[in-house]
Write a protein that binds this ligand. Structure first.
Ligand code: PMT
Length: 406
């Protein structure tokens, strides 16, 4: 099974809960392979799991501090900002003991793993491993049936020799099968199948001379998250991006640009051929009036650069809009709602995503964002602190809901 470069795993937040069973050592391989595939892996161990494998092993393999069930020992950085449950794209428990299976079925939250499992809205994958008699016990069978009915993906154990010396069904499934279950859980519904989505990303560069430019703090992460998630929702995606150094979202067509004028030309040229435009790029409002053909030399005096207005690409699209769904962003530092609503209406948008770029964990350069969505019908939805990938999913779900009416 090839997993490196798989865009279902790369960049995903995978929580791996490890319970106390001899098969815990096999989960080291699972964590290592997820990390190599580009997933961000957060390991949670129960107290008994730490008797089988040292937390340090998982820490080294996942490159992240491991959360043990001992609340007092949880390091702040492990859980700060985004709660583990909320940040998860998928939640895997391996080996899943009869104990955790019973707790999840019954809604018992008496340690960190059980609590986080109940709190998450992410898809859950359980890979049971236990003694053959335990696995065939009616209570365990019934618990698994109920969990399956609730949408939990169960990776059936294998039949073979068990650590307790007996033989039968109860061996942890091979890592390949668990990975396949994780990939299945990460697949998104094809909400945007057949839809052509254009996303802009990054901060434009406005040339002063051949070696210098004016730009802003945009890293491109928000736009790249949107492009990547739109591909996962089944859309044909074109990403118009300034130079960012970020990995290209697998499956998206990338068109590189630098300045606002270049971005305008590309976006205007493609507008009639797309169904959705999402302008996450931070476009410079001004550019140097006359970029020098040669490097500007320093001298003793001051240097004044005259700036002229750039066209507002999004406002122009708003004028031309026919069937397209238009989504704009507003990067604000004050009076967020007032500015957001002004942009929503003036630019004739369907959805405006406002971020207060002064808030911690929001805006430029971060992996997370805090946004409020304003729609053309007067709707307002504030999202809490979320990874940019999740913010992207929420925006795209809103877009998918508007599309059929067009
Ligand atoms: O890239 P990251 O580091 O992940 O940061 C994400 C982000 C903060 C850049 C992103 O979330 C964001 O807010 N992008 C929009 C930034 C911005 O330019 O906001 P604005 O309020 O200046 O512009 C409003 C909208 O008009 C934007 O959709 C912008 O793309 C568009 N615009 C602005 C000016 C212009 N001349 N042409 C435009 O199309």
């Amino acid at each position: 099974m090839t997993i490196s470069g798989d865009n279902r795993l790369a960049g995903r937040q995978v929580v791996v809960g490890v319970c106390g069973g001899i098969a815990a050592y096999k989960v080291c391989d699972l964590v290592s392979r997820l990390a190599r595939a580009g997933s961000k892996v957060q390991v949670i161990m129960t107290r008994s799991a730490t008797k089988f494998v040292a937390p340090l092993t998982f820490q080294a393999l996942s490159n992240q501090p491991v959360i043990t069930e001992l609340f007092g020992e949880i390091k702040q950085e492990c859980v700060a900002h985004v709660s583990v449950a909320e940040a998860a794209d998928v939640f895997v428990v391996a080996p899943a003991t009869a104990n955790i299976i019973g707790k999840l079925r019954a809604g018992i939250a008496d340690d960190f793993l059980a609590t986080t499992l109940l709190a998450t809205k992410a898809p859950v994958v359980l890979a049971p491993a236990m003694n053959v008699n335990m696995f065939s016990h009616p209570a365990v069978r019934e618990n698994l049936t109920v969990l399956r009915e609730r949408g939990v993906i169960i990776i059936e154990p294998e039949t073979g020799r068990l650590a307790c010396g007996t033989s039968g069904k109860g061996r942890l499934a091979p890592v390949e099968r668990i990975l396949a279950g994780i990939q299945e859980a990460l697949a998104l519904p094809p909400l945007l199948a057949g839809c052509r989505v254009l996303v802009t990303a990054g901060g434009t560069r406005e040339a002063i001379d051949p070696v210098r430019y004016i730009t802003n703090r945009s890293s491109g992460k928000m736009g790249y998250a949107l492009a990547g998630e739109a591909v996962r929702f089944g859309a044909a995606v074109t990403l118009v991006t300034t130079p960012t150094g970020l990995p290209v979202p697998v499956g998206a067509k990338v068109i590189p640009v630098e300045s606002a004028l270049e971005m305008r030309e590309v976006v205007q040229g493609l507008f009639d051929q797309v169904d959705v435009v999402i302008k996450a790029a931070a476009v410079a409002d001004y550019r140097p009036a006359c970029p020098a053909k040669q490097k500007v030399k320093k001298n003793a005096g001051q240097l004044t650069i005259e700036l002229v207005r750039n066209p507002d690409i999004l406002a122009e699209l708003g004028q031309r809009k026919r069937h397209q769904v238009l989504v704009g962003f507003a990067a604000e530092t004050n009076d967020v709602e007032k500015h957001a609503l002004e942009k929503l209406h003036r630019k004739n948008l369907d959805l405006l995503v406002a971020n207060d770029v002064t808030a911690s964990g929001a805006g430029f350069g971060t992996d997370t964002n805090i946004v409020t969505l304003y729609d053309a019908n007067g709707g307002r939805e504030a999202l809490g602190l979320l990874p940019k990938t999740k913010v992207a999913c929420r925006i795209l779900e809103r877009v998918a809901a508007v599309l059929p009416a067009r």
